[in-house]
Design a protein around this ligand. Structure first.
Ligand code: CAA
Length: 293
């Protein structure tokens, strides 16, 4: 069955090559998923060779893990390795891409400049998808020559196992772009839903409300491990483990976006601000022990 609000699937355009802007945590997981499920060339692009190499190495590692578990034949694993490349200069590598997704820093100006840059090298029909978890799709597309091919395509971490993709229609998004997004989500074996272009869409808005309250409990004096301990056996991941997985900076950005949009309902936690200001990667060290503030 066609997901609610999805246009006729006959409007979907084929995806034969994928460009991914960014080679960080989400981007490299996306590269792995696109290679495995679409079996088309996937190009990762980032600002310098070191980041690009790291992203490609992540994909190779994940392919190796599936091969070791017997879930991929050697031939197929080698073919997948051959499908993933990394570049610093997008111009040539992205020219014949028909689906580009960005997963760069969660900042409107950065994402706008990425799309302006990509638009110069791709065809007018190439879909420009954004993995933003909170920002407006309409605003992100506003200055482009072809805003009708911009769509929100929001994944959850870890990408390989979380089943949902939120598809966001911006003010200018056309039916062919939306149909291509839904068809791509299906090919990636994800559950797709159409969500309104509003701050943090559905999942992160709900999660933001939950995490805001969790933050208040800590701000009122309960230690992080006690809060996490309270969730053992109740949720798949205790809240501060989840926050460390997502990244405190992303979580803070999400709660700031929500606070700006709905100041009476969303709280920005001072404890979270302190963790981000101290540039900590999370609440726990590599050994799993609490990393004290
Ligand atoms: N990459 C690839 N695969 C992974 C993975 C990763 N990072 N983490 C786990 N997996 C796979 C494992 O390989 C395993 O696969 P198989 O069963 O096929 O071997 C499977 O997931 C289960 O893993 P585990 O048994 O090790 O662990 P688990 O049972 O504790 O489940 C989990 C792990 C699925 C991640 C679970 O803890 C969970 O659901 N956590 C909640 C995650 C969540 O809520 N994410 C949303 C975050 S919000 C977000 O992302 C929004 C945003 O925009 C910021």
């Amino acid at each position: 069955r066609r997901p609610a609000g999805a246009p006729d699937r006959s409007l979907a355009r084929p995806v034969t090559k994928v460009g991914i802007v960014g080679a960080g945590l989400m981007a490299s997981q996306l590269a792995m998923l696109f290679v495995r499920r679409l079996e088309v060339p996937v190009v990762l692009a980032d600002l310098d060779q070191e980041r690009v190499d790291k992203g490609v190495a992540y994909v190779h590692d994940e392919i190796g893990k599936l091969e070791a578990k017997g879930r991929l034949s050697r031939d197929r694993a080698n073919r997948y390795r051959g499908l993933v490349t990394g570049v610093v200069e997008k111009a040539d590598a992205f020219a014949d891409a028909d689906f580009v997704i960005e997963a760069v820093f969660e900042e409107m100006s950065v994402k706008k400049s990425v799309f302006a840059d990509v638009e110069k090298v791709v065809s007018p029909e190439c879909v420009l998808a954004t993995n933003t978890s909170s920002l407006s799709i309409t605003e992100m597309a506003a200055d482009l020559e072809h805003p009708e091919r911009v769509v929100g395509f929001h994944f959850f971490n870890p990408v390989a196992v979380m089943p949902l993709v939120e598809i966001v229609r911006g003010g200018a998004t056309d039916d062919a772009t939306l149909a291509t997004a839904f068809a791509t989500g299906k090919a990636l074996k994800k559950t797709t839903i159409l969500v309104t272009d509003s701050p943090s869409f559905i999942v992160n808005r709900l999660l933001g409300r939950f995490m805001g309250e969790v933050g208040r409990i800590v701000d009122e004096g309960t230690p992080v491990p006690v809060v996490d301990g309270a969730f053992a056996g109740v949720a798949p991941m205790p809240p501060f483990v989840l926050l460390s997985l997502v990244g405190p900076a992303i979580a803070l950005h999400n709660s700031e976006t929500l606070h700006r949009a709905f100041p009476d309902r969303f709280h920005v936690s001072p404890a979270l601000e302190r963790v981000v200001a101290a540039r900590k990667p999370g609440y726990y060290g590599p050994d799993g022990a609490l990393d004290p503030e």
